[in-house]
Design a protein around this ligand. Structure first.
Ligand SMILES: Nc1ncnc2c1ncn2[C@@H]1O[C@H](COP(=O)(O)OP(=O)(O)OP(=O)(O)O)[C@@H](O)[C@H]1O
Ligand SMILES: [Mg+2]
Length: 230
């Protein structure tokens, strides 16, 4: 469903990936880990083809970075929901209007808009806050709205870039649980994080970036781990 094949990528004067190979199957929940600067955010941006490899290719649900046309990018991006550490809600409009904004630019007709918003907000337990402004919500609530926004067009894949980075441990667990529940309904989730506590406590697959490459890490008892190709 998602494949990085011999991907090399560098920013000007900053190599990031060197023949990176990663494969992710439909329906997986993946923790993406690695020290700061190893390329987690860069990798996620390559999944929605905001960045393209200098060599090798990225394949997402049949779209290939080598052959995708600019006019096809909106179709790919509709299949991918993104959640950021700092929520990135529009602070000049209500929760409802934040979600309506996304639905309008992705071509939903008026009759679908209200139904989809209520559905997504119900999923994250925030229907009662739909008329509030983002700054009237706690950080955890704002992140739940951001998740509602990410799932509103029923994507096949969610990319979460340190979604719990600004949240306390209990709220982080809530956010993880919401994403896990969405995953159990069939949506693939890639969860980039520094929160090793969360990673250790859960059965999920781990992809670790290091030196421009990736490995899958398998956690064992007593903190031991083994790795295999990603
Ligand atoms: N726009 C850019 N231009 C040049 N270099 C960049 C740019 N964005 C990131 N980098 C560099 O590329 C490398 C990978 O960055 P990236 O943000 O993907 O790492 P990360 O794993 O997400 O780090 P963190 O855990 O701190 O979020 C870093 O060395 C970073 O300094
Ligand atoms: Mg990052």
């Amino acid at each position: 469903m998602l494949k990085f094949h011999n991907v090399s990528f560098e920013y000007p004067n900053q190599p990031v990936f060197d023949n990176l190979n990663v494969g992710i199957e439909n329906g997986e929940f993946i923790f993406l880990i690695g020290k700061s600067g190893t390329g987690k955010t860069t990798l996620l941006q390559m999944v929605y083809m905001n960045l393209l490899p200098q060599s090798g290719y990225v394949e997402v649900d049949g779209y290939n970075s080598k052959s995708i046309k600019k006019s096809e990018l909106p179709y790919l991006r509709r299949k991918v929901g993104v959640v950021f550490q700092d929520f990135k809600l529009l602070d000049d409009r209500t929760v409802y209007d934040n979600l309506a904004f996304v639905l309008k630019i992705t071509g939903n007709v008026r009759s679908q808009i209200k139904r989809k918003i209520v559905h997504a907000l119900t999923d994250v337990g925030l229907v009662h806050k739909q008329h509030n402004m983002p700054q009237e919500l706690s950080g955890g609530e704002q992140q739940r709205v951001a998740i509602a926004r990410a799932i509103i067009n029923d994507p096949m894949l969610i990319l979460a870039d340190e979604p719990t980075g600004n949240l306390d441990p209990e709220t982080s667990m809530e956010i993880f649980n919401i994403l896990k529940r969405i995953n159990l309904r069939g949506t693939t989730v890639i969860f980039a994080t520094h929160n090793y506590d969360l990673v250790r406590k859960h059965e999920a697959k781990i992809i670790k970036l290091n030196d421009g490459k990736a490995v899958r890490v398998i956690l064992k008892n007593k903190g031991q781990s083994t790795s295999e190709p990603a």
